[in-house]
Ligand binder design. Structure first.
Ligand SMILES: NC(=O)c1ccc[n+]([C@@H]2O[C@H](COP(=O)([O-])OP(=O)(O)OC[C@H]3O[C@@H](n4cnc5c(N)ncnc54)[C@H](OP(=O)(O)O)[C@@H]3O)[C@@H](O)[C@H]2O)c1
Length: 253
């Protein structure tokens, strides 16, 4: 029987690479994002690559709970089960004092956190129809260190990582694998907007392969690349005051 996954944020960057990776492995991929043209281009790329699986584009704003409800009914008619759900859609907005826009916090939390909390219970019934269901949530390494201008993004990912660990506790015994994904820098449209140095940057298709392997291997948490994880771990060994001074030193003058 063909394995089926649903991936949010599949029209671009990491989500697109994940959709192509799972399609190449023969999966049926329900690819969720808002942009219809980019989703069509994703389907074309998968066909051009002679993927064994197939990509089904689903144009949906995952922050819109009514629209998600409508699509869940349609997805239920489309597929009997979901073997894997990868909640990957996310955004990053850097904020500046003294007049930082509260809208930026609202937008960031709406997508990076609230949409995930809203979607999980709606997706559980279809996951529970699978023999060995897996839920993977894409957070970030960003919340391990107080990076400059990251008050909205870093806080949303700290909340998301905590949420995922707590969710795993409450789903213990249900048979659902819950994997927390915490990547470092990946070359995507999201990071292409950055004007600062991003160490140990990975290509999106490389990151997607690593993530698929970690999920397949049953990882509870997958933080990568190791070199960035190690560097952040060292910084976090510093005394609190010194750690804060190092973080302040990273600010652009
Ligand atoms: N790139 C990195 O270095 C990095 C590092 C750590 C973690 N991450 C995380 O990895 C995930 C993917 O990031 P990325 O770098 O691939 O970013 P990206 O290229 O900007 O892709 C974001 C995806 O989210 C979708 N999206 C945005 N708003 C949406 C909405 N309301 N409803 C449905 N889909 C929506 C976008 O599609 P549409 O615009 O078509 O809706 C797009 O497909 C994010 O959670 C990000 O925080 C990225």
């Amino acid at each position: 029987m063909q394995s089926i996954c649903l991936i949010t944020g599949a029209s671009s960057g990491l989500g697109r690479a994940l959709a192509l990776e799972y399609a190449a492995q023969g999966w049926k991929v329900l690819a969720v994002a808002r942009n219809v043209e980019r989703l069509a281009d994703l389907v074309k790329s998968s066909v051009d690559a002679n993927s064994q699986g197939q990509i089904v584009p689903i144009s949906l704003d995952v922050t819109d709970s009514k629209a998600v409800d409508t699509y869940m009914q349609q997805i239920g008619a489309l597929v009997p089960q979901l073997d894997l759900v990868l909640l990957n859609a996310g955004t990053c907005e850097y904020v500046d004092l003294p007049d930082w826009p509260l809208d930026a916090f609202n937008r960031t939390f709406a997508l990076n956190f609230h949409a995930v909390a809203m979607m999980v219970p709606k997706l559980l019934p279809l996951l529970q129809q699978a023999k060995a269901p897996k839920l993977a949530i894409v957070s970030s390494l960003a919340h391990y260190f107080p990076f400059t201008r990251a008050e909205a993004y870093g806080a949303s990912k700290a909340a998301l990582s905590y949420f995922t660990d707590s969710l795993r506790v409450d789903l213990a015994g249900s048979g659902l694998q819950v994997t927390l994904i915490e990547p470092g820098f990946i070359d995507t449209p999201l990071t292409q907007a950055n004007d600062f140095t991003m160490p140990f940057m990975l290509k999106a298709d490389d990151a997607a392969k690593r993530i698929a392997k970690a999920i397949d291997g049953g990882a509870l948490r997958f933080r990568f690349p190791k070199r960035l994880v190690f560097s952040l771990s060292l910084l976090n060994l510093l005394p609190y005051n010194l750690r804060q001074r190092v973080a302040a030193g990273m600010k652009q003058q």
